[in-house]
Design a protein around this ligand. Structure first.
Ligand code: SF4
Ligand code: SF4
Length: 372
């Protein structure tokens, strides 16, 4: 294993969900969290051009760069394809990032959210891989990689074409391991077989694996009552081989302390705990979800302008993660410009055309009870 990989801390500080006060980043709290994290000998900070509307990179300058020696920590940040209109935007964005963070190089630089479609095409169109290699030669980037949200097939294609990539960041957690959309397990296998160091993002699935249905939480507590629910998710990814760093987007000092405890006294999952995780995943998969295929046959004829399949997506997520606030936020944003579930007049048009024969009126009523 190369020297730089061995020096990487197991827990990385993800700076995309920083504590806030009246809509702005609470810098005092961030400084305290940075201090606790550094005191434990950890030093990997992950930000991006777009996090907190650019203010996460500024928080790095204020809480870290101005307060610690530059050689004592690593900064990782990312180039966003969706902010680019021409090749020159690579340099424009990069210079802005250096300015925001108050540094003159980045330890880790990533193409942000490489996936099938637009983002990957943009990175190729503007020769971003070659551009990053030049920045590396200039000493402005120490290590180059990308964060990934695409298919296993595209991952293989990109790795074959770009052997210069030194690491890849993927979404990895026990709930997404076999998730047919995310395919974490397959992505992990591809990278592990090629011995490409892996940085893990969303190990707790945006916090949803920290707050689960009481039934699922009780299954874990029955085996290990002292451990927090979030720590199970972190220990699952931390138990895998080939993981370089696990990012946790910590918003509170309490989360930080819990994570520090998990990693400074790290214990891999034991056989019994793996069985519990498998049972929890099975329970999650067996939860009754609305089998809407998203064909949208029902949408155009709805006199109330209700986006039925999108509402079902929110209901399904809420059924899986009752404590998660995001389905409600998604619903409110969506229905700002379309019909609410409570606008349904029970005309039955949708049920007549639904090839899945779903009891849509009844399900829309459930959505109204959950979200309106
Ligand atoms: S029953 Fe409700 S959801 Fe279905 S088409 Fe009529 S108004 Fe829209
Ligand atoms: S017609 Fe049925 S399956 Fe198709 S999107 Fe509407 S509810 Fe879903």
């Amino acid at each position: 294993m190369e020297n730089w990989i061995q020096k990487m801390p197991k827990l990385g500080f993800g700076m995309m969900r920083l504590p806030q006060n009246e809509g702005t980043i609470d810098l005092d709290k961030v400084c305290n969290m940075v201090d606790s994290y550094m005191e434990h000998g950890l030093n990997y900070f992950d930000t991006a051009y777009v996090y907190h509307g650019g203010m996460s990179e500024v928080a790095i300058k204020e809480a870290l760069v101005k307060r610690y020696s530059r050689e004592d920590f690593y900064i990782a940040t990312k180039l966003p394809a969706w902010e680019m209109k021409e090749q020159a935007d690579c340099d424009r964005i990069f210079e802005e990032q250096l300015d925001r963070t108050g540094t003159d190089y980045f330890d880790f630089y990533l193409l942000h959210s490489l996936e099938d479609g637009n983002n990957y095409e943009t990175y190729e169109k503007y020769n971003c891989f070659e551009w990053a290699m030049k920045k590396k030669e200039e000493g402005k980037i120490r290590h180059f990689g990308f964060s990934y949200h695409g298919s296993p097939e595209l991952l293989i294609k990109v790795l074959d074409k770009h052997p210069e990539v030194e690491f890849v960041q993927i979404q990895l957690n026990y709930a997404d391991w076999d998730n047919p959309v995310v395919q974490s397990g397959k992505l992990y296998q591809i990278l592990h077989e090629r011995e490409i160091p892996i940085i893990v993002m969303e190990p707790v699935k945006g916090g949803t694996l920290a707050n689960m249905e009481p039934k699922l939480e009780n299954m874990m507590k029955a085996v290990n009552p002292k451990r927090t629910i979030a720590s199970w998710a972190l220990r699952f990814v931390g138990s895998l081989e080939g993981i370089m760093t696990i990012l946790s987007g910590m918003s509170t000092e309490e989360q930080m302390l819990d994570n520090l405890q998990t990693f400074t006294q790290f214990q891999p999952l034991n056989g019994e705990e793996y069985k519990v995780v498998a049972s929890v995943v099975k329970e999650m998969q067996d939860m009754p979800l609305i089998p809407c295929t998203g064909c949208r046959y029902c949408v155009d004829g709805c006199p109330s302008g209700i986006l039925i399949p999108d509402i079902f997506r929110a209901v399904n997520t809420k059924r899986l993660y009752p404590m998660d606030a995001r389905p409600g936020m998604f619903y409110r944003n969506m229905t700002a410009n379309s019909g609410k579930a409570s606008d349904c007049i029970s005309c039955g048009q949708c049920e007549d055309v639904c090839p899945q024969h779903l009891p849509i009126i009844e399900l829309i009523r459930e959505a109204s009870e959950k979200f309106d």
